[in-house]
Ligand binder design. Structure first.
Ligand code: FES
Length: 131
């Protein structure tokens, strides 16, 4: 399947889901106000792969990205039960210790790039089409 439609209406603020798209996990996180604020406050000079949060999201509250570490392809661990992962409150890849922030940008560790953002579009208020 080239694209997949996901209904986000049941995903509450602070929750994440993982969907499969083209054989890869796609992380969809309903970000909290604090996560959005942290993501927007980052100075581009502090980034290995400089991208603003606005370059990475279409709607501030929905972060959608391919859940494959850009180092060697492990699946990073995300915030679970309100427990953020890694030093930057986003995702942590346990394979070799890459830390991603609340925008999925690489902040520490060997990964060279931010977590990828797939092509997607909101087809209505709560349904997103990925791919
Ligand atoms: Fe993620 Fe190496 S594969 S840090």
């Amino acid at each position: 399947l080239a694209s997949t439609e996901v209904d986000l209406s049941a995903v509450e603020e602070g929750q994440s889901i993982v969907v499969k798209w083209r054989g890869k996990p796609v992380f969809i996180r309903h970000r909290t106000a604090e996560e959005i604020e942290a993501a927007q406050a980052v100075n581009l000079d502090d980034l290995v792969d400089p991208q603003t949060d606005g370059d990475r999201v279409q709607k501030d509250e929905w972060l959608i990205m391919v859940g494959v570490c850009t180092h060697l392809g492990c699946i990073p661990l995300g915030n679970k039960d309100g427990e953020p992962k890694g030093d930057f409150g986003g995702w942590f890849c346990p394979c070799h210790g890459s830390h991603y922030d609340t925008s999925g940008r690489i902040r520490k560790g060997p990964a060279p790039k931010n977590l990828g953002v797939p092509e997607y579009a909101f087809i209505d208020e709560s349904v997103v089409k990925i791919g």
